[in-house]
Write a new protein. Structure first.
Length: 146
């Protein structure tokens, strides 16, 4: 989304548009991949839209690229097992986006000689919501690392 869309979405959220229409406005491809208890209203809070507008969405990518080689820094990269985040795109575009996403995650994992790439099966983009067990395990593994 661009700045205007996010500003408009924040305004619509403040006016109750998303509370009124709820999940009915989400793309069908997105909805079919959400678990039944997915906290979708969180995404439509005005604060969420404003934060997305105000932060540089590529800042963390730029920081990772600038860091270069991480040596043997313990690193766990967790990737989704269900490529639903690209479901709203046309099929060929979704396939390319998923391939690019997976390649970027592998490149990130390769930046440390002490890394693991874990696929969180049955999870979409929101891995902490879909598979908190995978995230908790990764934190425990990294906490125990020397």
């Amino acid at each position: 989304m661009n700045d205007f869309q996010l500003t408009l979405s924040a305004f619509m959220a403040r006016c109750g548009f998303f509370r009124l229409f709820g999940k009915a406005i989400l793309p069908a491809g997105f909805l079919k991949n959400l678990p039944p208890n997915y906290p979708w209203p969180f995404s439509f809070r005005p604060q969420t839209m404003e934060t997305m507008r105000d932060e540089d969405p590529l800042a963390s990518d730029k920081q990772v690229l600038a860091s270069g080689n991480l040596g043997d820094l313990p690193l766990i990269v967790i990737v989704h097992g269900n490529p639903s985040m690209f479901a709203p795109l046309p099929a060929e575009e979704a396939r390319r986006a998923e391939a690019n996403w997976q390649a970027a995650q592998k490149k990130l994992a390769a930046s440390s000689s002490n890394s693991q790439l874990i696929v969180a099966e049955r999870s979409g983009h929101a891995i902490p919501f879909d598979r908190p067990d995978v995230v908790i395990n990764a934190i425990q593994v990294l906490s125990a690392a020397p």
